[in-house]
Design a protein around this ligand. Sequence first.
Ligand code: 13P
Length: 251
Amino acid sequence: MDRKPLLAGNWKMHTNVQEAQQLAASVVQAAAKVSGRDVMIAPPYTALTAVESTISSSGVILGAQNVHWEEKGAFTGEISAAMLKDVGCEMVIIGHSERRHVFGETDQMINKRVTGALRFGLTPVFCIGETLEQREAGRTMTILENQVRAGLDNVALKSGSHLVVAYEPVWAIGTGKTATEAQAQEAHSFIRNLLADIYEKNIAGQIRILYGGSVKPENIDILMQQDDIDGALVGGAALKAESFERIICFQ
Ligand code: 13P
């Protein structure tokens, strides 16, 4: 099944408004050089509106880095899917390893966020991944299966294009240590089979699975050649215009 590649930049807690607009403008220019692929950027909340105005006449997709499951209410510090839609977001990263490990988010919270995002028409970029300790103990696939089943528990999909999964091995995030293309493909193929067990075949076949963890200009081409790698979720290298351009223009 044909899945359109998605190159996504997670800017994490970086950029003020001016820096965000400059970087977004360079992403617009880079994205215009290629066709047949989607490009998404997820700036911090404070820059969403400014970035939206910079990218509005391009095909670049606006994403956020987290979302609360309720529409509104007494949830100090949280942002709802309705609010993200209001400022032009189409996608939202959910369950990133930093949310899980630094902020203690559980599979149950992540499941509620996925459900909440979908209810308001946002496409979740649902992140999963094992730690180094879990990989070394031979538990990678068990961990991935538990995260997928819990995070997608009771999540109905009308189309596979409404969900993106990102496989981000925790040990590869921000460490410069990328999974080999074989390690990534093995995990992606496992996740794809799992999705086919949960959803109808045609829906599962449409769900894009991104790889994340030290993606850079030097490894994007080989990663994108793998059958089940449909794109990348990029941290550090998405903050530099030149390197993200090279990633968008993978060959
Ligand atoms: P790095 O690309 O900096 O390793 O970060 C990956 C990531 O966490 C993307 O969400």
